[in-house]
Design a protein around this ligand. Structure first.
Ligand code: HEM
Length: 184
């Protein structure tokens, strides 16, 4: 019970921190900061759901996977709203122009649309029908990785570490599917 409550509260920490940084500490470039915190948190949570599937034979935390995945979607939604509300100021023509001019925005959009679909179909009644499509999460992970690398001028150490983690994780998942490393 306490563990479940903790898992419910922990993913909210980045949001609390972000609110503090933007509203109270007043960071220099709030829009960029919101992109950074919401985007990175979304990726970390989505990676975590993949990791839980990978280790389910050894530690079964699958029952928390949907909640963590939905939090990942929630941060992607905040990331998108930052773009639509603060960057685009609700102008659809700006959204379309940015998507066409900047391929990394286009990749982000595709990922976000897939995540919306996954969030809707994660409902128990729909999941049994659509679970096969939830493998699209791997496509999302690849697309958002390209998205975030393209958004950078240069990569920091943390971003290199992230790239290493995602390559290892996708590699392990590939081997798991091929039954080379893990069985079951
Ligand atoms: C809804 C479509 C999306 C749009 C319009 C969008 C837009 C952007 C923009 C404009 C930036 C650059 C910020 C800068 O100037 O540095 C950015 C960065 C980033 N985005 Fe997205 N994005 C989208 C979807 C996503 C999704 C779905 C994820 C993750 C699941 C994501 C993760 C990231 C990350 C990690 C960064 C790098 C942040 C940093 O500089 O630390 N984006 N995005």
């Amino acid at each position: 019970m306490i563990r479940a409550a903790g898992l419910f509260v922990i993913p909210l920490i980045p949001l609390v921190y972000l609110t503090y940084a933007v509203m109270i500490a007043q960071v220099n470039d709030p829009i960029k900061y919101i992109y950074s915190i919401t985007g990175s948190t979304a990726i970390v949570l989505l990676l975590l759901t993949t990791f839980l599937s990978l280790i389910k034979k050894y530690m079964n935390f699958i029952k928390y996977r949907r909640m963590i995945g939905l939090y990942g979607f929630f941060y992607s939604l905040l990331h998108f709203l930052n773009f639509y509300v603060f960057d685009a100021e609700f102008k659809l023509d700006f959204v379309i122009k940015e998507s066409l001019d900047k391929p990394f925005v286009y990749l982000g959009m595709i990922s976000f649309i897939i995540l919306v679909f996954m969030a809707i179909t994660s409902k128990k009644t729909l999941y049994s029908k659509y679970y096969k499509y939830h493998r699209l999460l791997y496509v999302v992970l690849v697309l958002v990785t390209v998205h975030f690398v393209m958004a950078q001028k240069s990569l920091s150490i943390i971003q290199w570490v992230y790239l290493l983690v995602i390559i290892i994780l996708l590699g392990l998942k590939f081997y798991q599917k091929k039954n080379v490393l893990f069985k079951g």
